[in-house]
Unconditional design. Structure first.
Length: 190
């Protein structure tokens, strides 16, 4: 069984929307304009690229990342990595040709089947709605969270407000940085 890792920048109140400057959100770009940049706080992002063997995205995040990441040296390890996009509307002709092998998955059952294949960790970036559905379905195995010392109020959140049974997490790695950023790595206790 492959490990599914959800990686997210989140505010202290759980918002993950538009961390890098995406248009349409009043606090867009909050990760870099409101907190001093310390490179060591982002070391986990490089580690994720080296350890992951596949990437899973929702349609909206795929459409945003696929326009930028293929040409960025910071994300070079993701170029040839297999990508999976969960979408009921995306078509093969909408996939970008210069970002490696990409497969469209149509359901959470398809994601569960992917997890049952041979291979290493699968990383999920962005993808707020997908993350909520994956968590609610019990498909996430680990969370890599960079928690920013900000309260953003409204915005897309990492976790849903679904009424569900308690999901226990075990803290396996953590660090706090001089700029107030916290790295929290949690394993989901299944």
């Amino acid at each position: 069984m492959r490990t599914l890792i959800s990686s997210a920048f989140i505010s202290l109140d759980g918002v993950m929307e538009a961390p890098g400057g995406e248009p349409g959100y009043r606090n867009s770009g909050w990760t870099f304009k409101d907190v001093e940049f310390l490179p060591e706080a982002f070391d986990i992002k490089g580690r994720e690229q080296k350890e992951a063997t596949a990437m899973l995205l929702g349609r909206t995040s795929y459409e945003a990342f696929s326009q930028v990441w293929p040409g960025m040296e910071d994300f070079a390890d993701y170029r040839e990595m297999p990508k999976y996009v969960v979408s009921t509307t995306l078509t093969d002709d909408a996939l970008v040709p210069d970002w490696g092998d990409t497969t469209i998955l149509r359901s959470l059952e398809d994601v569960a089947a992917l997890k049952r294949t041979e291979g290493g960790p699968i990383i999920v970036h962005g993808s707020a709605t997908l993350n909520q559905h994956l968590s609610d379905a019990g498909l996430v195995d680990r969370y890599h969270l960079l928690v920013f010392p900000l309260l953003l109020g409204a915005g897309k959140r990492l976790f849903s407000a679904t009424d569900k049974d308690t999901q226990k997490l075990r803290l396996v790695e953590h660090e706090t940085y001089a700029n107030g950023l916290q790295k929290n790595v949690f394993d989901v206790v299944h």
